[in-house]
Design a protein around this ligand. Sequence first.
Ligand code: DON
Length: 580
Amino acid sequence: MHARNFSVVAALVLSAGIGSASADTAPRIDVVASPTVAVHPPGAAIASAHFLATQAGEEVLAQGGNAFDAAVAVAATLGVVEPESSGIGGGGFFLLHDGKTGKDVFVDARETAPQSVDAHKYLGADGKLDHDKALDGPLAAGIPGEPAGLAWVAKHYGKLSLKQDLAPAIRIARDGFPVYPRMVDELTERHDVMQRWPATRAIFQPQGKPLAVGDIFKQPELADTLQTLADKGADGFYHGAVAQQIVAAINVAGGDWRLDDLAGYQVRIRDPLRLKYHGWDIVTAPPPSSGGVALAEMLNILSAWDLPKLAAATRVHLIVEAMRRAYRDRTFFLGDPDFVKDMPLARLTSQAYADGLRKGIALDKATPSSSLPGAPPPKVGNHTTHLSIIDAQGNYVAATLTVNTAYGSGLVAAGTGVLLNNEMDDFALQAGVPNAYGVTGYDANAPKPGKRPLSSMSPTFMIGPDRVAVLGTPGGSRIITMVLLGILGFDEGLTPQQVVSLPRFHHQYLPDEISIEPGALSADVVKQLEAMGHKVTTRSSTWGNMQAVEWNRSENTLSAGSDPRNPVGKAQVVLAGGKQ
Ligand code: DON
């Protein structure tokens, strides 16, 4: 096992702002792994982006549910209390580890393109991609996958019924919950779009007034739809009255969905992508996520260096150069594996390929990404959500769920309370034209009927000889670099709370710049990076909303961390004898 050090801890704790102390100054403490490790965790740990969702997970655990039941309860509740981030009108990925069999599965509940999809429909009269069509309203929405994902996880892995797992979400949708600032900020940002459809206005502007912080937000129609899902399973959403209302709403608004689009939706059960880094087995997202391939490339490149020993600027430079190269490959090669049969996955994730890429990295000089034209700066946001869970049976779940950008397409299907996603923007709707996150793509990610758009969502497990970590985050194209920094943080011995608090920097090939959170790097480090030829751009705000839990098997302790950038998140450890 790679010796851990705590060299960066002092620099990383974030409470009110981002820590900015130098990473090089704190003392190093090496910890030697214990040869004996616990077989079962001493309880459960849950971290999610909203306290009511974490509590929903605790509730089903107390009823005898396992981590999978808790994941369904937490995910469904997040969809109710964070409509800006995820919901049954969207999709996501669930990464599951079964403590009994040791098996890992990746439940791909990503949205699919409807049969009618046609890239030309997204172009304006000038032949250019019309971002309004890609992001707002009926053409922006993909066929939702989350309802099928929830039903599949409960049926195949839960101990309780789907009805029991969905009960907290239904109750909160019916009784309401207090509106918090992020909901209002993002409603304000999406105001024009949320105005367009009467069913959306009726929910998000009750009595014609915008929601305000502290209002009790109730969603009775969504509660009914969730109840139908609970009673009938996935059929309750994909067939019958709910399906008819969704198809009607899309078509009235100018889209073209058929009942078959919903009736034909299936989750895909995939083998997770596996890689090794410094003695950790990393289990993460395969295509149609780009996350696992990019993480493999970056970690394989970085594995040759002892990163904590390097000067701070050199460490950032090398990580950035790894990011740049992985995002370049994302652009050209990756898409839905059910459609793109010639993805060179074995090559991209091989050590030999990374060794070759590493040879092109100078220790003190940036490599320009200048082979393609520049792109506008990507949007930054946290309009997606993540949950991480470990239970007392040694089951783990990491799930990242989304409606894509804030409040998805803005279109609520009348009568259902279901806010539809805008995941179609994750396709390369026009080759080489940046999407909302500034990432581009070509043929591999071109839209096709039934195809899943390429994602960055990267729910991840890190399995070490004596520690297990479960992590993930929203953040569009930045998800992968955040998970990378999280993996490096766990590898360096940080706790979950320290990992989720890490200051963040990001590079995605194009635009050719390192973007950093305010204060994430010292002025001196920025100066050194600039001297190497990097452009460093400080964003006006932070990004991400990481949730992580850890089981230390040599100490048999559990710990959990919820991103301090999001004040309503909650990390909770529940020990067998009561709360910690
Ligand atoms: O699947 C993806 O990669 C995106 N739709 C995720 C969107 C996201 O994380 C939004 N947060 N900024």
